[in-house]
Design a protein around this ligand. Sequence first.
Ligand SMILES: Nc1ncnc2c1ncn2[C@@H]1O[C@H](COP(=O)(O)OP(=O)(O)OP(=O)(O)O)[C@@H](O)[C@H]1O
Length: 245
Amino acid sequence: MIRIRDLHKSFGKNHVLRGLNLDIEKGRITVIIGGSGSGKSVLLKHLIKLMEPDSGTIEFDGQVLGRMNSRELLNFRRQFGMLFQESALFDSMTVEENIAFPMREHTRWSKAEIRARVREKLDMVGLGEVEDRLPSELSGGMRKRVGLARAIAIDPQYILYDEPTTGLDPIMTRSINRLILDTNAKLGTTSIVISHDIKGALKMADRIIMLHYGDILAAGTPQEILESDNETIQSFIAYDVKGEL
Ligand SMILES: Nc1ncnc2c1ncn2[C@@H]1O[C@H](COP(=O)(O)OP(=O)(O)OP(=O)(O)O)[C@@H](O)[C@H]1O
């Protein structure tokens, strides 16, 4: 269980996270939605300590993130896979080297073992013989899949997805959403997804969190979000769900 309590973060006068409280259950898919600039990415960065809060706490299974020593922090980071926006692959490395990267950083697996595991992860994300290609030689959808293969390289407990389907066509969007669901089911991971894809969120989420000006406007099952009588939520989902222009 991840427990976030009274989290505040400002950049100068821009008070981005405003006393955010949130519990995220293990093994589930939590999708975070909300308008541009509402603080979704900032929240995600706090979870892996890429950003420090001004005040408030984040606990993973009772362990407070800010109080970990460097060894605990290294172990902690090992439990995370992250699929960044734009996939964030290393351009000068091949697909195989990209996926092998976390394995080399965090494990003592042999070269042969790493090679076999890279193949296994590529199979999981439905990619064929692309090990020797460079990211620039792949389509955007393929790069996302390689990014996902890298995110699950060392079977993390948590996977964070930052807008995994932004910029993809509807078919690729569906297929990446399917992959997120399958990965969650196969690896039993806790998945936290930031998304602008409301339809996808309603289909795959166990729980949807809506952020609004750095606080939580609503949290609930897809059904609860759909049935909410809050005007801001309704106008946020109107275009995608009701097809309103
Ligand atoms: N490193 C930073 N320095 C200064 N301001 C920042 C920094 N990172 C984020 N912000 C500000 O924090 C606010 C929230 O940004 P964030 O990226 O979390 O939004 P978001 O909800 O993910 O938006 P989007 O859906 O457009 O990606 C914005 O006003 C942004 O300008």
